[in-house]
Design a protein. Structure first.
Ligand code: ATR
Length: 271
């Protein structure tokens, strides 16, 4: 029986993961089947068990199931424990479920592969929700000089940062506490979805700074437009999407796909 993988979400029809993993499979010669499955909102664990019973070997997990996936795992990677969320499920030989989160490594790899220096950098992360929690451990592992988490709800940022103080120089607060300049500014809020821009000071960016938005689309987000007008080098989250998928694929199949052509494929499909 062919090894089966899937992405669970609700809704999930929009997910690009099947396209990405089909491209990885073709490139690496791995014979896998990868589909999108809309799991019921009230029984994610049941959907995973049913999938395993039908030959499922692993899965990606997207909104709104990442926390529920975390709870059903028998064992977890350290970064998933920190994230309190899982985007990659792996069925072990013993039938146990192992959970990992590859979003943060995906973000870091996309930045580093594009020449963005993180070690020693002054980093600002906007937002304090699940998406940001998921990337803090890998970001701090790059040994930045400092990392500030800014959020509309200041207390959430302060509490989130508090959970990571053992890993590096990290603090959190409201947007009014943002004091630049920064070398790297990462937008992990969902403000772009509403076309909103967090209130940010004009002197946010150091010379040669990079602005990154975890979101992506056919057009630059409001945040990236604002950043480009202020001279920052801009990247959207499409690369992060492909890199997190590549890391999941590596964990399942032991092969590292070449991400550049897949990124191009997706970019073309957006326009
Ligand atoms: P996700 O899983 O995408 O992180 P989330 O946990 O709901 O989703 O978090 C959304 C994040 O975007 C939060 O940091 C939220 O700020 P609050 O904690 O103050 O709610 C932020 N956000 C959403 N809409 C925003 C907006 N219009 N302006 C600024 N921040 C916004």
């Amino acid at each position: 029986m062919i090894d089966r993988y899937c992405v669970f979400g609700h809704p999930v029809a929009h997910s690009r993961s099947p396209i990405i993993h089909a491209a990885f499979a073709e490139q690496t010669g791995e014979a896998i089947d990868y589909t999108a499955i809309e799991a019921p909102l009230d029984d994610f664990a049941g959907a995973w068990r049913a999938f395993v019973a039908e030959g499922g070997r692993g899965a990606n997990v997207t909104v709104p199931f990442k926390e529920e996936a975390f709870r059903l795992c028998d064992t977890l990677s350290r970064r998933a424990q920190r994230a309190r969320a899982v985007n990659t499920l792996i069925l072990g030989g013993n039938g146990e479920t192992y959970g990992d989160t590859t979003d943060g490594v995906g973000l870091v790899r996309d930045l580093v592969d594009h020449g963005v220096a993180l070690e020693g950098a002054r980093i600002l992360v906007l937002g304090a929700g699940g998406a940001v929690r998921g990337v803090l451990e890998p970001l701090l592992a790059t040994r930045p000089a400092s990392l500030f988490v800014a959020n509309r709800t200041a207390e959430k940022a302060a509490e989130l940062a508090e959970d990571f103080t053992d890993l590096g120089d990290i603090a959190g607060g409201g947007f009014d506490a943002v004091a630049g300049p920064f070398d790297v500014v990462i937008n992990g809020t969902s403000a772009s979805l509403a076309g909103d821009l967090p209130p940010l000071p004009e002197d946010l960016f150091a010379a040669g700074a990079t602005a990154y938005d975890m979101m992506y689309g056919a057009e630059p987000t409001v945040f990236l437009q604002w950043a480009a007008e202020r001279g920052a080098r801009c990247r959207d989250g499409l690369g992060m999407l492909v890199e997190q998928a590549a890391e999941s694929f590596f964990q399942w199949r032991g092969k590292r796909p070449d991400t550049a052509p897949v990124r191009e494929l997706l970019r073309r499909s957006l326009s």
